[in-house]
Design a protein around this ligand. Structure first.
Ligand code: CMC
Length: 440
């Protein structure tokens, strides 16, 4: 896959400003989404487009993910996420996102073989883990380690993106494979256990689970229910068009830093509680409700109180205004996994009650706030034995193929530009420096 297709010009819009009429092209994508091309706005009018939070602003054209928030549709490279979650595996979806099509059998085998071959990290890197303070958040370790990979695998020399693109297959595979190892090592560090190295005879998810849960004194056989659920969760997180962390990867990448540095920046963005960090916050919130004797109504009232900064984590989304298709699958997966593992988690009952009450509360109905991808995922992770501070790390592993595909697409786009927004300055007008003795 190379540069994304150009959007088709289907019309024009007129802007009347200071007695002049300025014509701006209207473009249409392959799913008939329309956008106003404002790229010449400042040149033609002297105006900049101001759009807080980019609620209306498209930053690129892209062929990777199609999302319709009104209809609750999410597709990777044209394939509905529901179909992929049911029939595919994470490694295949990663190939699809990065390469633009599903692999043939031989390609799938080569890809799996490469993932296996590159799963170790340089032994010197294991020293870095040792020097992080105890109880460091694994997301801090993960971002630090990913940017450090650029020192150990310098074929991606800074600034030479053509060289990087020539090596993208190997780099993408290396990153996909090593992120999983780094994630498991950061967990082992946080609990003070020795690292467990990747194994060549295990598939991607089983290998990760083994590195997380086996130890020199305790073997681990991944339960197929857990392995399958992990595949589904990673697939559902694999891309989500121009979300905060992906936009970060594109923006940082637009300065022509290497892929590792751009992905490390994406990991930092994902950590935030309004983004991928919400999955950890959800469990904290549900546990808080449990401690308060299951008083769901209290947190709902707090979330509605404009004087209280508290929000219902796991609810609301910038683009989904009907339902989040990922949340529906995750909710069903959560119920199935707990049943199959015979786990009784009181937090699931609290979550179900919270969702039910929220969905009949006018505050949430009017604002179109529904459970998002983070609401039920944490309960599945708990049932798998994954600790809370690893939830967002799991999100990062899932999101990595999307970050790589989006970085690659942006670098290959003939419209490539360094991303550099403008502003409207509202600070002091010109004033002159006074020596300190003369300042009042
Ligand atoms: N609880 C209570 N009120 C909310 C919530 C919430 N979770 N989410 C939005 N609102 C209210 C908000 O106060 C505002 O009300 P009003 O119109 O009266 O001022 C209205 O709904 C619109 O909210 P917004 O903040 O303008 O919407 P946004 O698109 O800027 O924010 C969001 C989207 C996801 C940051 C927000 O819904 C939120 O903070 N949710 C909780 C955090 C969360 O679960 N994040 C994970 C998102 S999904 C995973 C991912 O892709 O990162």
């Amino acid at each position: 896959m190379g540069a994304p297709q150009l959007a088709t010009k289907v019309g024009a819009a007129e802007l009347h400003y200071e007695g002049r009429v300025i014509t701006l092209p209207v473009l249409e994508g392959s799913e008939h989404e329309r956008g106003l091309d404002t790229s010449r706005l400042r040149e033609l009018t002297g105006l900049v487009a101001l759009d807080y939070g980019y609620k209306n602003t498209g930053s690129c054209r892209s062929e990777i993910t199609y999302l319709d928030g009104e209809q609750g549709i999410l597709r990777y490279r044209g394939y509905p996420v529901e179909e992929l979650a049911e029939k595919s595996r994470f490694v295949e979806v990663a190939y699809l996102l990065v390469h633009g099509r599903l692999p043939l059998l031989a390609e799938q085998q080569d890809f799996s073989e490469l993932l296996t071959r590159h799963s170790m990290i340089h032994e010197d890197m294991t020293q870095f883990f040792k020097n992080y303070p105890e109880h460091s958040h694994p997301m801090a370790i993960l971002s630090g380690m990913v940017v450090s990979l650029s020192s150990f695998y310098p074929e991606l020399s800074q600034g030479n993106v053509d060289e990087e693109l020539a090596h993208i297959d190997i780099t993408a595979t290396r990153l996909l494979s090593k992120l999983r190892t780094i994630a498991a090592f950061s967990y082992k560090k946080s609990i003070g256990e020795p690292f467990v190295y990747p194994r060549h005879n295990l598939k991607y998810c089983a290998n990760f689970l083994n590195m997380m849960f086996s130890s020199p004194v305790r073997p681990y056989d991944a339960n197929p229910v857990i392995e399958r659920a992990l595949n589904v969760l990673l697939i559902l997180h694999a891309d989500h068009e121009q979300n905060c962390s992906t936009s970060t990867v594109r923006l940082v990448g637009s300065a022509k830093v290497n892929l590792y540095a751009a992905v490390a920046a994406g990991i930092c963005a994902l950590w935030g509680p309004l983004h991928g960090g919400a999955n950890q916050e959800v469990i904290g919130m549900l546990e808080g409700i449990q401690r308060q004797g299951g008083d769901v109504k209290r947190v709902i009232e707090r979330a509605k109180d404009k004087k209280d900064p508290f929000r219902l984590y796991g609810f609301g989304h910038r683009v989904y205004k009907n339902h989040d298709p990922r949340a529906r699958i995750i909710k069903q997966t959560c119920v199935d996994v707990l049943r199959e593992l015979k786990v009784k988690d009181p937090l699931l009952d609290i979550a179900l009650e919270l969702e039910e009450r929220v969905q009949s509360d006018p505050y949430f109905v009017e604002r179109k706030l529904y459970p998002n991808v983070d609401f039920y995922s944490g309960i599945i992770y708990r049932a798998m034995g994954i600790p809370e501070n690893m939830f967002t790390v799991l999100f990062s592993i899932g999101r990595l193929p999307g970050w790589i595909a989006q970085w690659k697409e942006s670098q290959e786009d003939p419209e490539f530009k360094i991303q550099r927004p403008r502003q409207i300055y509202t600070g002091p007008t010109l004033r002159h420096y006074l020596p300190i003795q003369e300042r009042g």
